[in-house]
Design a protein around this ligand. Sequence first.
Ligand code: NAD
Ligand code: TDX
Length: 333
Amino acid sequence: MKLLVCGGAGFMGSHFIKYILAKYPDYQVVNFDKLTYAGYLENLHEVENDPRYKFVQGDICDREILEKTVQEFGIEAIVNYAAETHVDRSIMDPDAFLRTDVLGTFNLLEVTKKFNLKKMVQVSTDEVYGSIEKGSFTEESPFAPNSPYAAAKAGGDHLCRAYFVTYQTPVVVSHSCNFYGANQYPEKIIPLFITNLLEGKKVPLYGDGKNVREWIHTSDHCRAIDLLLHKAEPGEVYNIGTGQEIENVELTKLILAEMGQGEEMIEPVKDRPGHDRRYSINWSKIKEDLGWEPEKDFGEGLEETIEWYRANESWWRKLKSGEYLEYYKKQYK
Ligand code: NAD
Ligand code: TDX
């Protein structure tokens, strides 16, 4: 298969490209990425000389270059990881979120329709459902996004639904819980806290720290998207979860303990505006329909992730400078 992976230079997209090339020897993968602050080609150094892998720098909002790429490489299916993804940035500066996460998704649907592609997999989030105090969201739960990021992702997901209903565009949407693992940009809680501690800095815990997130390792998410690409029926929607839920403060204590540091390194800071209290999704549908289950234990995955950041200091040091620092100065002033 000739696959277009959009946003393949980012965190999860780069893991997926490496996973696909390792698993399917006869596949070709084109990584289509704008290389925003979050796109980093070094994430793909293991495959950069693989003749089955190509990189095209492009914006999913630019239909012309998208169409040209699909035609030039004879693309058969698209997996879309390209998005603006950080909630705090969306609160400060939502424009790019609306453009990429809504209009970009619209362009990909148009291209999938125009070139009769076999499948488009839209990688989305559980945040579109909003916050839930008790129980878990199912695929039938209504959308109630609370941040500009979540609202923009919900907009893209609604377009996917509409394109399937109206034009039978063969799109599948996933709603996943929070990702973690190697190569995650050090702005999300796990890599931010690990790298801060490696730098001898405190970790900024928002509000009372009792917000709950559900965590999935990169390896488990790649297997789920593989199944959606190859086995899911067009028009289907799947939640991808693990049940591995934890309060931020407990997560922080796990990281501190693993890194041999004390709770005095926690710095309580003002809360994120509109901060969702708890995310939790029911993933029985993907288990029943496609036989997927998470395999990675959270404690083990977290330990490996900390080890990766210890061993790859030059990777994250580059990202934690310049524009990144400007952004955090603005947030915590
Ligand atoms: P990321 O921020 O690490 O990477 C995003 C990538 O998209 C970058 O390489 C960036 O350069 C590229 N990109 C951004 N705008 C683009 C544009 N206009 N055109 C082309 N490329 C563009 O993202 P991630 O954390 O790996 O998330 C991947 C996807 O998974 C996103 O769609 C996100 O909404 C979704 N998701 C993320 C999480 C999470 O916990 N990080 C959880 C659920 C769903
Ligand atoms: O410095 C911090 N301190 C803190 O307490 C940061 C960055 C976060 N937090 C809290 C906020 C959240 O309750 O930690 C939790 C996780 O925050 P993020 O890592 O920013 O992730 P979240 O807001 O949950 O959104 C993530 O999961 C869903 C991704 O960024 C999204 O792209 C994905 O869709």
